[in-house]
Design a protein around this ligand. Structure first.
Ligand SMILES: [Zn+2]
Length: 375
């Protein structure tokens, strides 16, 4: 069933923010299983909030149906929205990120009777995760908080696997900040150094400081904060002219040991200390989050071990995810999904066997959580 659902979803061309009928497809599936559906629309983005309410705690499955653009279509071995089955893999944009994960959870749900569960089950599915993420999960969570909806556990089906399904699960993510700097100088003739103010020379000691700075040491679950320069440009194209200004772009992935504010303050200080005339802008596009492992993390780890026969550690690696928004509800979060190796690439694909195993694990999670909430 998970293979069919993956193909059905991949065949809908849902490039952000267009859900292309994916939400209706999921909604129909959930309606048949006693869920109450609600579409929450913000701007051009449709989001699905669906719930099967019982007495016990609430587990929410969080996902997104939007996908990134395909890139050059003729470089794909099979059309990116064909959901082609080559015997081993299903190929297509969104197979791994993250229609496959959604399909597996739907399929796991079909194996049980949600009305016999000791806990409530909900879905938040957005169509704005790959894009600006302004009208998606963030808004749904705001609305649910306003309604005083209590979410206890959240399972995110984002790709997390390294090699074998379940070998890597995440309980947090690093933050991300983009910085654009313009170093101001004065254009002049290279032969008259006293009459120029060369922004390239001025930026060198600053770059040196930036690249040697230890921002923090990370912690048990997070690697230390890291910085990457992503663009540097200056010059007018002539050998004998020094430029008026220099543009620099860089990005930091940061742990919860430092805040976005603290990073901004430090960078401003480095510039001031070196007397560098500049213009700077900061875009804090994601705060880090960390979810304390408890009952639900335990259930997930046990389920993986039952199906796969190995123990899985906890990680906080990778880019950012919508987990940062749902973290505001205070729920316990685990991200568990398929391999992330081919996501966002040409020929994105997912192994059929991987879909089957992930469904088995999700199913086991539902069974084990049911046991847990029975006590
Ligand atoms: Zn994703």
């Amino acid at each position: 069933m998970e293979i069919q659902i993956t193909q059905d979803l991949v065949r809908k061309e849902s490039i952000t923010p267009n859900d292309a009928g994916c939400l209706k497809y999921i909604e129909d599936f959930l309606s048949e299983r006693g869920f109450v559906n609600e579409t929450l629309t913000y701007g051009r983005v449709k989001n699905l909030w669906s719930i099967n309410r019982k007495k016990g705690p609430l587990l929410v499955f969080l996902g997104h149906v939007d996908v990134v653009p395909t890139g050059p279509v003729d470089e794909w071995e099979h059309p990116p929205f064909s959901g082609h089955d080559d015997g081993t893999y299903i190929i297509g944009r969104g197979t791994g990120d993250m229609k496959g994960g959604i399909a597996c959870f739907m399929s796991a749900l079909a194996r049980i009777n949600p009305d016999e569960l000791n806990f409530s089950l909900g879905f938040i599915i957005t169509s704005d995760e790959e894009g600006p993420s302004r009208d998606g999960t963030v808004k749904v969570v705001e609305e649910l908080l306003k309604r005083e909806e209590v979410i206890d556990y959240c399972l995110i089906g984002e790709p997390s696997t390294l090699e074998t399904v379940g070998d890597n699960i995440r309980i947090g993510r690093r933050g991300s900040i983009n910085i654009e700097l313009e170093v101001l100088g004065k254009q002049g003739h290279a032969a008259y150094p006293a009459r120029v103010d060369n922004p390239i020379h001025k930026v060198v000691p600053f770059l040196d400081k930036l690249l040697s700075e230890v921002w923090d040491e990370g912690n048990e679950h997070f690697p230390p904060t890291s910085l990457q320069l992503t663009n540097i440009s200056a010059g007018v194209g002539a050998h004998n002219v020094t430029p008026n200004n220099l543009h620099l772009k860089f990005n930091l992935r940061f742990s919860p040991q430092i805040t976005g504010e603290e990073i901004q303050e430090k960078i401003k200080k480095f510039l001031e200390e070196r007397g560098i005339a500049h213009k700077i802008s900061f875009d804090l596009n994601a705060e880090p989050f960390y979810s304390n492992p408890g009952t639900f993390t335990n259930v997930v780890q046990n389920s993986i071990s039952q199906i796969q026969g190995f123990n899985t550690g906890l990680s906080c690696s990778g880019g950012t995810s919508d987990g940062r928004f749902i973290a505001k509800t205070g729920c316990e979060i685990v991200e568990l999904g398929p391999k992330f190796e081919t996501i966002h690439k040409i020929n994105e694909k997912i192994e059929k066997e991987e879909l089957e195993r992930l469904t088995d694990i999700y199913h086991q999670i539902l069974l084990n959580l049911n046991e847990e909430t029975n006590n």
